[in-house]
Ligand binder design. Structure first.
Ligand code: GLY
Ligand code: MN
Length: 462
C-alpha cells in the first residue's frame, strides 16, 4: 500500500472537486467460478483501491462532500471465517492505514443511506461494471438494473478522471515494477519460441511468471501466430516455421498497477525479408509517434501521424498507393490498421475505462470519430505531463476484412488488392510500449525490451 497520507490526500482532492452530496464506493465481491466458495482470482475495484487502498471484499465507503466525513462500513471476520482464511488484523486497524477513523458494521449501511435519501441529498456513484453492484444499487437505492448507468454521477466521474489521469512519482514507480516483470515475460517468450511448441506452452509459462512475481497478468495473455485477430486469446496452435508470433501481455503488481507490452517475433527467431519489411514499417510508425508526443499535443493527431507513416511504408512495399494524407483522412489505412494508437494505463490496463471512454479519452474539444478504424481510438484528447499511455501501432492482414472491402472495390484508389492477396496468410505485427509524458516529450517506461529486428533476432537466439 501507499502511505496512509496518500489515500487521505486523494480523498481531499476529490472532496475539493465535488459540489455536494455523498460519494458511495463499493469493493468488488468474490466472483464464483462454479459455486460460492470456489472463486476466480480476486481483483479489487480500482476506484476503491485508488481512494481506500484496502484489497478485500465486503466493504463500502462513504465520503460526505458537505461535511467532509469519511465512513468505512465492514465487518471483521467471524471465528468460523478465521478457521478457513486465517487470522486477520481488525478492520479498525486496516482503516488506520488509510486514515479513516469512523468504521461501522455493514448492517448500519442501509439505515445510513435511508437518512441520506430522506434528506434528499445526492448520492454519487460511478457506473457499475459488475452485476453485483447493479443488484446492490437496486436493493439499497431502489434503482432498476437498467437505470444504474444512466444514474451514475457524471460530476464524480469527471472529477475522478481529472485526478487519476495524472500519475504520481510513486505510481510511476509501481508501473515500472510491472514493467520489470513484463520484460522478463517477453524475453522468456522470445527465448522459448521454436517450431513444434504449442502457443499454450509459452502463454502458460509467462502467465505463471506474472503470478509468481506480482498478482498475475493485467489482462488475458494474447500469444498467437494469428495476430491478425487483434485480441486472440486462443492458445491452441502449433508454432510453425515461417509464422510471426504476437505476444501482447503484461503483469500487474501487488498493488495492481499494470503494464501492457506487445512484441512481434518469428517462431524460428529469424525474420523473412517480407516480415522484416512489414515489421520495420510498424517500428518506424511507433518511434515517430513517440517523437511527436509532448504536453499539449492532441493524441488523435498523433494517431493520424502514425497511420500516415504506415501508409507511406505500405506504399513503399506496393500494398498502398495515392496520397497518404488523403488515404488516412478517408480511412483507407484501416484495412491494415483498424485500431487506435493507444490508451491510458495505470491501475487498469485500459485505465478508467469503466467510467466511459468519452470522459477518459475525449472532452469538449476532441470528439470521437465514427469512421471505421479511427472510431476504435480509445484516447484522442490533448496529452498532459504525467499521463501514461500505450503507443501500439500495428499492421494486420485480416482475410474477412480484405474479402469484404475487395468485393466492393473499397478505396481501390489507395489499396493494391492484387498485392494484398499475396499477404493473406501473413498474420499481423503490433509493437507496443508504455510511455509517460514529461515536460518536453515522453519517456518509455521500464528497461528496454528487444525491439529492433537485430535485437529480437539476437534475443531469440539465446
Ligand atoms: N493489451 C490489450 C489492449 O490494449 O487492448
Ligand atoms: Mn494496449
Amino acid at each position: 500500500m501507499f502511505s496512509p497520507q496518500t489515500y487521505k490526500e486523494r480523498r481531499r482532492v476529490l472532496k475539493e472537486s465535488m459540489s455536494d452530496g455523498i460519494g458511495l464506493f463499493w469493493t468488488n465481491d468474490e466472483s464464483p467460478m462454479n459455486y460460492a466458495a470456489n472463486g476466480y482470482r480476486y481483483r479489487q475495484d480500482s476506484t476503491f483501491l485508488y481512494f481506500f487502498g484496502l484489497d478485500q471484499p465486503g466493504l463500502t465507503a462513504i465520503i460526505d462532500f458537505n461535511s467532509g466525513a469519511e465512513i468505512l462500513f465492514g465487518d471483521d471476520p467471524a471465528l468460523d471465517d478465521i478457521i478457513w482464511i486465517g487470522p486477520q488484523i481488525s478492520l479498525k486497524q486496516k482503516a488506520e492505514n488509510i486514515m479513516i477513523t469512523d468504521v461501522r458494521p455493514v448492517n448500519q449501511l442501509q439505515s445510513y443511506l435511508s437518512e441520506v435519501i430522506k434528506d434528499k441529498r445526492t448520492i454519487h456513484f460511478v457506473p457499475p461494471y459488475r452485476h453485483e453492484h447493479r443488484y446492490k444499487l437496486n436493493k439499497i437505492l431502489d434503482i432498476s438494473a437498467q437505470e444504474t448507468d444512466k444514474k451514475a454521477s457524471t460530476e464524480m466521474v469527471k472529477a475522478i478522471v481529472k485526478q487519476r489521469s495524472f500519475k504520481s512519482k510513486r505510481e510511476l514507480e509501481e508501473i515500472t515494477k510491472a514493467h520489470d516483470i513484463t520484460r522478463e515475460m517477453h524475453v522468456t517468450a522470445m527465448q522459448m519460441a521454436q517450431p513444434g511448441l504449442l502457443e499454450s506452452d509459452i502463454a502458460g509459462k509467462i502467465e505463471g511468471m506474472a503470478l509468481a512475481r506480482g498478482t498475475g497478468v493485467s489482462f488475458p495473455v494474447i500469444f498467437t501466430i494469428h495476430g491478425e485477430t487483434l485480441h486472440n486469446h486462443y492458445h491452441g496452435n502449433l508454432l510453425e516455421e515461417g509464422r510471426l508470433i504476437i505476444n501482447d501481455s503484461g503483469a500487474e503488481t501487488a498493488m495492481h498497477y499494470a503494464a501492457d507490452i506487445t512484441r512481434t517475433f518469428p517462431v524460428t527467431g529469424r525474420f523473412t525479408p517480407e516480415q522484416k519489411d512489414i515489421y520495420q514499417i510498424v517500428l518506424q510508425s511507433q518511434l515517430s509517434a513517440m517523437e511527436q508526443l509532448k504536453p499539449g499535443v492532441v493524441f488523435k493527431d498523433v494517431h493520424k501521424h502514425a497511420a500516415r507513416n504506415i501508409v507511406d511504408g505500405l506504399k513503399n512495399v506496393g500494398l498502398m498507393k495515392g496520397d497518404s494524407t488523403d488515404a488516412v483522412e478517408r480511412g483507407a489505412h484501416a484495412l491494415f490498421f483498424p485500431h487506435g494508437l493507444g490508451h491510458m494505463m495505470g491501475l487498469d490496463v485500459h485505465d478508467m475505462e469503466n467510467y466511459g471512454e468519452q470522459y477518459v479519452g475525449y472532452d469538449d474539444e476532441t470528439t470521437r470519430s465514427e469512421q471505421f478504424g479511427l472510431a476504435a481510438l480509445r484516447f484522442g484528447k490533448r496529452v498532459q505531463e504525467n499521463f501514461v499511455l500505450t503507443i501500439e501501432p500495428g499492421i494486420y492482414f485480416i482475410p474477412t476484412l480484405i474479402d469484404l472491402w475487395q468485393k466492393d472495390n473499397k478505396f481501390s484508389d489507395y489499396i493494391n488488392y492484387e498485392k494484398v492477396t499475396a499477404f493473406r496468410n501473413f498474420g499481423g505485427v503490433r509493437i507496443e510500449d508504455d510511455v509517460v509524458i514529461n515536460d518536453s516529450g515522453c519517456e518509455v517506461l521500464g528497461k528496454p525490451i528487444p525491439k529492433t529486428v537485430q535485437e529480437i533476432e539476437e534475443m531469440c537466439a539465446q
